[in-house]
Design a protein around this ligand. Structure first.
Ligand code: ANZ
Length: 821
C-alpha cells in the first residue's frame, strides 16, 4: 500500500469539493433544511488555535447532520468593521479597507485548509457596501419605529482613544479595555437603540429549544427585573409643593426612611440646594462626574455624600427628612433618587453610620425581641414583620409590601412599578471604520433620514487619520458636506458610525439571502432557513451579542419583516483551548501555539481530530503538541488497514468472524451516533479507535474477508468522515466507491444487533426439554444455574428445590436438572 500523505490528498480533495460545490446548500432542496451556524470571525489576519478548537467539532456536527439527510447550510463570513483595522491604518498608514481585505484573503485560505464544509457562496463581509447598505436600512427602520433616537447622554469617554465606550468596554478598575486610560464621563450627543422597550419580552425564553441554563440566567440578570413601587415624596420649592419620586423594592420599609438621596446629576439638585450648601454641593457634583458608574457602584468604596440643606416629606409617615446627594445613587436607574432606609439596606446603613443619621428598625423577624440598632454591625435586609410603622404594625413579609402599595395607590402618592437594569443600547461610535449612520442635519429641517434609495451612505476609503485616533470622518469635507434630502439646501452628515455589534446582530439573516440587492432579505428565504437550528460560539458572547440579536429579531418581527421571534433555537458554548501549561494562551505568557505549523506537519485531519479529542467540547482543555502524535498514528492505522484489506485480501462469502464483526459494527454506529447527537466528540473518536483496533486484529487473523468485514470497513470510514474528511474521502475512492463519502447516508444500526451476542439455552428437567431462554454468550455456569432454577415453568417441574440432585451444564447449549421423583 501507499503511504498516508495528508499534504497531497488534502489539497486534492479541497480543490475537488470546491469544483463540485458539494458544500453549497441549495435553497430548494427536497431534504429538510438545517441551518448550522458558528459565530463569524473578526478578520484579525490569522486563524488561531481557538478558531480551530471551535470550528473542528462544529464542522464535524454539520457533516454528521448532512449525512443524516439534512440540507445543511453552514456559512462563514467576516465581522469586518471595528477598531483594529483603524488602529492599523493609523499606525502603518495602510488603508483600513486594504488591511481588512488582505486579512480576509489570508483567513479564507486558512479556513479552506481546515477542510470544513463552508458554504462559500454565502460569504458575508460586514464592511462592504453591499452589506452595510442594509445595516443602514435597518437603522432607518428602527428610527421610524421610534426605536432609534439621539440624545445628550453621559457616556464613558476614553481620553486615550478619543471615543465613547460601551459599559462592557470599561474594565472593573474603570480603565479602557483597549488602551488602559482612566475612563471619564462626558455628556455628548449620542444615538441609542431602545432595547429597554423589549426588556420584558427579552426575559421570555419560551421559544428557544435548547439554551444553556447559565446563559439564560446571565441574560436575565443583565436585564435585571425588579418589582417594587414608585413613591412620591414632596418638598416646598419657592412656596410651591412639588413631588419627587423614588423607586424602591421595599415599600414595606417606608417608615424607616430617615434620609433622602438624589443622584449628583439629578435635575433637582440645582432646585433645592440651599445657598449655604451650594459650594460644597458643586464640588461634590464635579468630582462624581469624573467617576465611572462601575466605580460608583463598588461596594468596597467608602460611602461619600453632601447635605443639600433641604428637606422632603415622607408621604406615608408625614415625617420630614434631610436631602443628601451621594454618588452611590445613579441617575440612570429607577428614578435617580432613593429613600434612605439604613436599618434595612446595607448601603444606606453604611451611609447613615458615616454621617450620623438615625437608624430606625421597622422590620423585625417573627418572634424576635427588639434590639438597639446602634449595636448592629450591618443592616437587616430580610423580610419580616412591620414594626414602628403606625397602622401597619404587625403586617408580615410580602403582605407588608402589598399593603403599603395598596395604600399609596389609594392615596394617589405612588404606584407599583417594575424596573429594569437594562439600559438603552448606545450605538454611536466617534470612529471611522464602521457603517455611517444614515442621518443628515439640515438647518431648516433638523434631523433628516437619508432616503432609502440613496443608500448606502458610502464610507470614504481615503481618509486622513489623526494621531489621536479621533474619527477622520468629521474632517472629510466630501463626506460631511451634503444636501438636505427634503429641501436640497446645504446640510451636514452625521459623522458617527455604528457599533459593530449592530453588524453582528443580523449577519445570520443575510446568510440566507446574501446576494439580494433589492432588499436585506426576502421573506421566502427567511421562511426557508430561519430560525437557526444550531448556533455555536463562545460564552463571552452570552450576554451582549446574543441579547442584541434577540432584540433585533423581536423588533423586526414586530415591524413585520420576520415571522419568527427568536433567532437561535439551540445554543452551545464551546470551552476554551488552553496552552500546554493549562493557562489561557497569551503572548505575555509565551504559551501561544499557531495551528498552521501542525497542519503542515500532520495535515488538517489530524489537527481536527486532535482538537476534538482534547476533552468534552464544552469543557475545553490544554493543547499539547506531543499528543498530536497519537491521533496521527490512529489515522495512519486506518489508512493501512483499509488499503491493505481492500487491495491485498480476497473476498469470501461468509466466515466465522462475520457475526462478531457485525455486532461490533452496529454497536459502534450506535455509540458514535449518540455521542455526536450530544456533542461528545471525544468519546465518539474513542469508539472509532476501538473499532479500528478490533478490525486490525481481525485483519491479522484471517486470510479472507467476509462481506460483513467489508461493511465494517465502509462504516468505519463513514463514521470517521465528519472528523477526518480528507483521509476518509481518499480511502473511500481508493476502495472503489463512486461519489463523495460526504454525500452518503449516515450508517444506521439495528438495536438488537448492538446487544451482546446471545444463545438459546435449553433447559431440561430429567432429560426432557421444559424451557428455552435467550442468554448472553459469555454467561457463567453459576448464572445459568440461577436463571434456570428461578424460572417459573422450570420450577413447576421440579417442585421443591430440595428435590434437585444434580445440575449438568453443557456450555453454550443446555442445562439438565436432575430431580428426585
Ligand atoms: C428603599 C430600600 C429599603 C431599598 C431597603 C432596599 C432595601 P434593585 O433590586 O437593584 O432594583 N435604588 C433605587 N434606585 C437607585 C439608584 N438610582 N441608585 C442606587 N440605588 C437605587 O434595587 C432597588 C433598590 O436600590 C431600591 O430599593 C433602592 O433602595 C435602591 F430596606 O429603597 B431601596
Amino acid at each position: 500500500h501507499t503511504k498516508y500523505d495528508p499534504k497531497e490528498i488534502e489539497n486534492k480533495w479541497q480543490t475537488q469539493w470546491e469544483a463540485d460545490q458539494i458544500y453549497h446548500a441549495s435553497d430548494d432542496s427536497s431534504r429538510p433544511n438545517f441551518y448550522h451556524l458558528v459565530m463569524f470571525p473578526y478578520p484579525s489576519g490569522d486563524l488561531h488555535m481557538g478558531h480551530w478548537y471551535n470550528y473542528s467539532p462544529f464542522d464535524a456536527y454539520g457533516r454528521f447532520k448532512r449525512m443524516q439527510g439534512y440540507n445543511v447550510m453552514q456559512p462563514i463570513g467576516f465581522d469586518a468593521f471595528g477598531l483594529p483595522a483603524e488602529n492599523a491604518a493609523i499606525k502603518r498608514g495602510i488603508q483600513a479597507r486594504t488591511w481588512t481585505l488582505a486579512n480576509i484573503e489570508n483567513m479564507r485560505k486558512q479556513l479552506r485548509a481546515m477542510g470544513a464544509q463552508w458554504d462559500w457562496q454565502r460569504e458575508v463581509i460586514t464592511c462592504l457596501p453591499d452589506y452595510y447598505k442594509w445595516t443602514q436600512w435597518l437603522f432607518l427602520q428602527f428610527y421610524k419605529k421610534g426605536l432609534a433616537y439621539r440624545t445628550k447622554a453621559p457616556a464613558n469617554w476614553c481620553p486615550g482613544c478619543n471615543t465613547t465606550l460601551a459599559n462592557e468596554q470599561v474594565l472593573a478598575d474603570g480603565t479602557c479595555e483597549r488602551c488602559g486610560s482612566v475612563v471619564i464621563r462626558k455628556e455628548i450627543d449620542q444615538w441609542l437603540l431602545k432595547i429597554s422597550a423589549y426588556a420584558e419580552r427579552l426575559l421570555d425564553f419560551s421559544e428557544v429549544v435548547n439554551w444553556p441554563e447559565k446563559t439564560i440566567t446571565m441574560q436575565r440578570n443583565w436585564i435585571g427585573r425588579s418589582e417594587g413601587a414608585e413613591i412620591r415624596f414632596s418638598a416646598e420649592i419657592d412656596g410651591q409643593t412639588e413631588e419627587i419620586p423614588v423607586f424602591t423594592t421595599r415599600p414595606d420599609t417606608i417608615y424607616g426612611a430617615t434620609f433622602f438621596v438624589l443622584a449628583p446629576e439629578h435635575p433637582w439638585v440645582e432646585k433645592i440646594t440651599t445657598p449655604q450648601q451650594q459650594a460644597e454641593v458643586d464640588e461634590y457634583v464635579t468630582q462624581a462626574r469624573r467617576m465611572t458608574e462601575i466605580e460608583r457602584m463598588s461596594t468596597e468604596k467608602e460611602k461619600s455624600g453632601v447635605f443639600t440643606g433641604a428637606y422632603v416629606t415622607n408621604p406615608v409617615s408625614g415625617e420630614e427628612i434631610p436631602v443628601w446627594i451621594a454618588d452611590y445613587v445613579l441617575m440612570s436607574y429607577g428614578a435617580g433618587a432613593i429613600m434612605g432606609v439604613p436599618a434595612h439596606d446595607q448601603r444606606d446603613f453604611e451611609f447613615a453610620r458615616k454621617f450620623g443619621i438615625p437608624i430606625r428598625e421597622v422590620i423585625r423577624a417573627e418572634g424576635e425581641e427588639a434590639t438597639d440598632p446602634a449595636t448592629w454591625t450591618e443592616a437587616k435586609e430580610a423580610l419580616g414583620v412591620m414594626v414602628n410603622s403606625g397602622p401597619f404594625d404587625g403586617t408580615p413579609g410580602e403582605e407588608a409590601k402589598a399593603r403599603v402599595i395598596a395604600y399609596i395607590e389609594e392615596k394617589g402618592i405612588g404606584h407599583s412599578k417594575v424596573n429594569y437594569r437594562l439600559r438603552d443600547w448606545l450605538i454611536s461610535r466617534q470612529r471611522y471604520w464602521g457603517a455611517p449612520i444614515p442621518i443628515v442635519y439640515c438647518p431648516e429641517h433638523g434631523t433628516v433620514l437619508v432616503p432609502e434609495d440613496q443608500l448606502p451612505v458610502f464610507l470614504p476609503e481615503n481618509v486622513q487619520f489623526k494621531a489621536t485616533g479621533e474619527s477622520p470622518l468629521r474632517y472629510e469635507p466630501d463626506f460631511v458636506n451634503t444636501t438636505c434630502p427634503v429641501c436640497g439646501g446645504p446640510a451636514t452628515r452625521e459623522a458617527d458610525t455604528m457599533d459593530t455589534f449592530i453588524d453582528s446582530s443580523w449577519y445570520y439573516l443575510r446568510y440566507a439571502d446574501p446576494h439580494n440587492d433589492t432588499a436585506a432579505w426576502s421573506p421566502e428565504k427567511m421562511h426557508e432557513w430561519l430560525p437557526i437550528n444550531q448556533y455555536v460560539g463562545g460564552v463571552e458572547h452570552a450576554i451582549l451579542h446574543l441579547l442584541y440579536s434577540r432584540f433585533f429579531v423581536k423588533a423586526l418581527h414586530d415591524m413585520g419583516y420576520l415571522t419568527f421571534d427568536e433567532p437561535f433555537q439551540r445554543l452551545f458554548h464551546q470551552g476554551m483551548v488552553l496552552g500546554s501549561d493549562g493557562q489561557k494562551m497569551s503572548k505575555s505568557r509565551g504559551n501561544v501555539e499557531a495551528p498552521d505549523k501542525y497542519v503542515s506537519k500532520y495535515g488538517a485531519d489530524t489537527v481536527r481530530c486532535y482538537m476534538m479529542f482534547i476533552g468534552p467540547f464544552d469543557a475545553g482543555g490544554s493543547f499539547k503538541a506531543d499528543n498530536l502524535e497519537g491521533i496521527w498514528r490512529f489515522l495512519n492505522r486506518v489508512w493501512t488497514l483499509v488499503s491493505d484489506a481492500w487491495i491485498n485480501k480476497p473476498n469470501t462469502a461468509v466466515s466465522k468472524e462475520s457475526k462478531a464483526i457485525e455486532r461490533l459494527r452496529h454497536k459502534t454506529i450506535k455509540r458514535v451516533t449518540e455521542d455526536l447527537n450530544n456533542f461528545r466528540f471525544n468519546t465518539a473518536l474513542a469508539a472509532l479507535m476501538e473499532f479500528n483496533n478490533a478490525l486490525i486484529k481481525q485483519q491479522r487473523e484471517t486470510v479472507a474477508h467476509s462481506a460483513a468485514y467489508r461493511d465494517a470497513l465502509s462504516s468505519l470510514l463513514q463514521l470517521l468522515a465528519p472528523f477526518a474528511p480528507h483521509i476518509t474521502e481518499e480511502l473511500w475512492q481508493q476502495s472503489g466507491h463512486t461519489g463523495s463519502i460526504h454525500t452518503t447516508e449516515w450508517p444506521t444500526y439495528v438495536e438488537e444487533l448492538t446487544q451482546d451476542e446471545a444463545f438459546t439455552l435449553v433447559v431440561q428437567v430429567n432429560g426432557k426439554v421444559r424451557e428455552r431462554m435467550e442468554v448472553p454468550a459469555d454467561i457463567s455456569e453459576e448464572e445459568v444455574r440461577k436463571l434456570a432454577l428461578a424460572n417459573e415453568r422450570v420450577q413447576s417441574f421440579i417442585g421443591s428445590s430440595a428435590n434437585v440432585q444434580k445440575i449438568i451444564y453443557i456450555p453454550g447449549r443446555l442445562v439438565n436438572i436432575v430431580v428426585r421423583n
